[in-house]
Design a binder for this molecule. Structure first.
Ligand SMILES: [Zn+2]
Ligand SMILES: [Zn+2]
Length: 253
């Protein structure tokens, strides 16, 4: 099936996807940067997580790494989109192809598998030999801010970019479900790196906050390095004894 892909069409798809991913990043990170960091602080109702200023030049570096990451994320995605057009992927567009209950189930399966992959690949990237090669760039962002959402070294981007396209070849998903997953990916990346906890107390103290990752949780990963590795859910961190949260913040006590 790979040999049936038309190279010209693949290049057009790749360029278009790179532009879409980059613009998506610039708009969402730009919006949240302005809302949280760019306005007078008495207008911001979210809780600021680290009391230190941004390093000089940090935002410029984060944007540069993120734009490179956009092209890397676009490459495997473009191949899968081309394969979809040729009928060679697990993406479906006719809702009646599978029972309706399969749609939320498939979304849950994608998010859980993505979270599992991210947790373990993230722990691997913290191994001494891999950390400086793959992951130090991402940890340069202290304090976190929305521009850091997609700031990865190219090797880390490659590791991050291949998983969802690989799943799209195996696990059936409706194209609407896929768009929903991409929306969740984008928003969690921006929220978790925003440097501010934007969710209300009832959310953080209740069932959602005890199980889902927010900025306060991921900020502790950037602070301590050896806790809170996961992406969406606290499941793996809790299971593996790497979860911290409630004891760290006055506003959660
Ligand atoms: Zn991070
Ligand atoms: Zn890390």
């Amino acid at each position: 099936m790979l040999s049936e892909i038309d190279l010209g069409s693949l290049i057009v798809t790749f360029v278009a996807l790179t532009a879409i991913i980059a613009v998506r990043y610039l708009l969402t990170s730009g919006l949240f940067y302005w809302l949280l960091w760019g306005r007078s602080q008495d207008k911001v109702r979210a809780v600021k997580l680290m009391d230190r200023p941004l390093k000089p030049g940090a935002v410029r570096k984060e944007i540069r790494w993120s734009l490179i990451a956009s092209a890397i994320y676009a490459a495997p995605a473009a191949i899968v989109l081309e394969l979809w057009q040729l009928g060679g992927s697990a993406i479906y567009s006719d809702l009646s192809s599978y029972p309706l209950w399969y749609l939320p189930l498939s979304i849950g399966v994608y998010l859980f598998l993505h979270d599992t992959y991210f947790y373990w690949i993230h722990r691997l990237m913290h191994v001494k030999r891999l950390y400086p090669v793959m992951h130090r760039v991402h940890h340069d962002s202290i304090p976190n801010n929305p521009w850091a959402a997609f700031s990865f070294h190219p090797w880390e981007s490659v590791a991050g970019a291949v998983f969802i396209p690989a799943l799209l070849m195996i696990v059936p998903i409706h194209v609407g479900g896929l768009l929903f997953i991409l929306l969740v990916m984008t928003m969690t990346a921006v929220f978790n790196h925003s440097g501010y906890e934007i969710f209300p107390q009832w959310w953080l103290r209740g069932l959602p906050g005890r199980n889902l990752i927010t900025a306060a949780h991921h900020d502790l990963h950037h602070k301590y390095y050896t806790y809170n590795y996961a992406l969406y859910f606290r499941f793996w961190d809790k299971l593996m004894g790497t979860d911290i949260m409630e004891s760290e913040y006055e506003f959660l006590k």
